[in-house]
Design a protein around this ligand. Sequence first.
Ligand SMILES: Nc1ncnc2c1ncn2[C@@H]1O[C@H](COP(=O)(O)OP(=O)(O)OP(=O)(O)O)[C@@H](O)[C@H]1O
Length: 306
Amino acid sequence: MIEFRNITLQRGTHRALDSVSLTVAAGTICALVGPSGAGKTSLLRLVNRLLIPDSGTVFVDGVDIATIDEVQLRRRLGWVVQEVGLFPHLSVARNIAMVPELLHWPQAKIDARVDELLQLVGLDPAQMRDRAPRNLSGGERQRVGVARALAADPPHVLMDEPFGAVDPLRRSELQRDLIGLLRRLQKTVLLVTHDIDEALQVADRLALLRDGSLVQAGPPASLLLAPSDSFVAAFLGSDRILKLLALHPAQHLVEPGRAVHPIATDATARDALETMLSLNVDEVALGSGRVTLAAIRAVAAGQAGG
Ligand SMILES: Nc1ncnc2c1ncn2[C@@H]1O[C@H](COP(=O)(O)OP(=O)(O)OP(=O)(O)O)[C@@H](O)[C@H]1O
């Protein structure tokens, strides 16, 4: 668990964070979003003590991080940044092995861990182990970056624009793979992103910052459905109800009955709506049941479960 309690941070003459309180529950993924300069990166950097708050407290697993040894703290935190920061003169394996080497693990244990991590992040150990970082694609480098962050099995992972430098076509695949992995491993993840769609797709909770203040925090659907003010609504976009429908599996809306036009079993409520609009019908078939326009309206109005 990571908790910020009443954090204020001055950077130069500027108040970068102002009375921010936020809790990231253990094993959940929280995305920090907001306009440029809102304070997202500053908040992240407080966790590994790259920045020290002027007032307020950061807790990691209930412990005030100001009271613990820095090395001990960083061992509990994996760190993934946009440009990864792999050492260019070291092989992929040596890059991943950096923390285990610092911890003086026996070589056989390090080698086994490197191969295990490469596999976990979807790379072939035999092909990748001895390569230099410059001979990897941007996406592969990012996968190695995550492998390195996970090397000593930290319970928390801090990510600053981790997919920012990856070309848009590979981005969603990388997001799905790597965030899916962190979720399976039950890591507590704090993710800074500029990309609101990325945040909506991967996070359990969003925390929206503006000018150093936390404006609204909550599950993606609750922000989309009930933005606390016009700034939040504008930030989420005029299509926020469509974004909400895209988070909702159509499967959850199935009711008994027959309809003519089938949609895929993994379709979202948004897919169902788009099919209805394109065919000018008010229901579609899913499996042995149907999804109606009325059910989709209920989701958009916040009246549906699931
Ligand atoms: N080294 C610094 N000295 C003084 N002010 C700084 C420094 N670094 C950042 N700031 C200021 O602190 C505020 C918050 O910056 P921060 O980088 O945390 O925002 P951000 O939300 O991560 O922005 P971005 O999305 O552009 O990365 C900004 O107003 C920024 O100009």
